[in-house]
Ligand binder design. Sequence first.
Ligand code: ATP
Ligand code: MG
Length: 498
Amino acid sequence: MDDYQEAEQEEEENVQSDSSESVFRSDEEAERLQVEVQELYDKVSGLENFYSIVDKLGEGTFSSVYKAIDVHHYVYDNRSWSNADPYQQAPVTAPGRPARNHYVALKRIYVTSSPSRILNELEIMAKCRRVLHLAYLITAFRSEDQVIVVMPYNRNRDFRDYYRQMPLSDLKCYMTCLLKALEGLHLLGIVHRDVKPANFLYDPDTGEGTLCDFGLAETLDYRRWRGKCHHSKPEGYFRHGQIKINLDVPSLHFSPGGLLDDMNGPYKALPERSSVGLSAKHNANVGGKGKMGPPERVGYLKEDARYSIQANRAGTRGFRAPEVLLKCQDQTTAIDTWSVGILMLCFLIKRFPLFNANTDTEALLELMMMFGKKRIEQVALLHNRTFYTNLPGTFNPLERDPTRDGFRLPEFVQHLNPDIYEAPLDHPDPAQYIREVERAIDLCRKLMQLDLTRRYDAKLALRHPFLNEETARSEDEHREAAAAAAAAATTFATKLEH
Ligand SMILES: Nc1ncnc2c1ncn2[C@@H]1O[C@H](COP(=O)(O)OP(=O)(O)OP(=O)(O)O)[C@@H](O)[C@H]1O
Ligand SMILES: [Mg+2]
């Protein structure tokens, strides 16, 4: 489908959907909504003449979003905000009245939001106009302290209604829309920072998905790279940077030139008491160079004299990437693809929310229970941080290597969703189904790499065999050729024996 057709379809959806889709509201709720809408009309003079609010779509921390009829839609030339508008000349049934309503979403940003934050959201939404699968700005206006953002209305259903029964073919559709949205956004040099189900408007009936809510989004400027971690700036092929031992920063964990993952037994004599410590302060203040022995005391210092590190940790709990939890000061678009990985995992294990920690330290412990202690320690090193806990790691009955704790992703998924490989009864090719599940898990694993430099970006993810038929076909051909070669070698060996 080309851009024109996509825009046409989007327009079609905006036009066709009518207020009969609105959620059912009790009389009491309907009355409350009416009062709320009237209060908005009173505060924003003239609003009523342009937009007729028919429903409330959502309420977030910083805004309320309403569905409204764009009363004068057909009177204006909408080409400046729409790729193509086939309904410019709307069918007219009665003089001056279009046959169908055109819906938009109105986001009323609360006064508690700072002006710079609102401006940032509007600027980013304006840049999103030409990118498919992104909610974008039609127009915005302010009346005293009230700011209203107008964007296209995107029909969608609550994630909780469908994620447990979504077939693999639909999951492909969901992931493709989401990753295309991120591919476009990241190309603009923007990181969303809050990828989660509530911010991805997906309609399982049409397979259309739109990423919304740019309230926390950030335009990245790699010229302001701080260079305090052991990973480099995104560059060329290395879209999430590369691991590089950074000799410019004092580090507790290695002597210059040493290996980052040389973590053999630094914490042998652990105290018995359960405790966890995360040093997200400047390591130079904690000690000198060389390997770190077990901290004498763990937990939080009551009066911590070390200067604290300022890093952007905006996002939603359960979806924050490890580098955000570790207060990395050089964050990249990789934080969004981590959140996509978490979202995909929710589909695979049929659980939502998956992680629910109250603090970043607890969130790291949650990750530790899944990935194992050693891997969290290693990712902490990558960001020049110390992760220390004497809590036991997860016992994995399937793990053969006694030095490893935690799960590998395929085991983790199967542990929580034992039926995942069972093809639906009417599936024509169960073996193919199993391959598809394996591919889905593999893509999720590549998005959920703790080490951001190894994490897939949106572009690469879209070429993964789970989402891309061409790469899937060539992978299948490769597998078949390898199997045929192995069979031929066995026959040859058997002949030689005789
Ligand atoms: N264009 C749209 N079309 C349809 N529904 C929308 C649209 N934009 C937002 N919504 C609905 O409104 C909800 C809140 O919107 P949004 O996430 O932009 O606001 P928010 O206040 O920043 O939210 P939060 O703080 O919870 O992240 C969304 O989860 C969605 O249900
Ligand atoms: Mg939101």
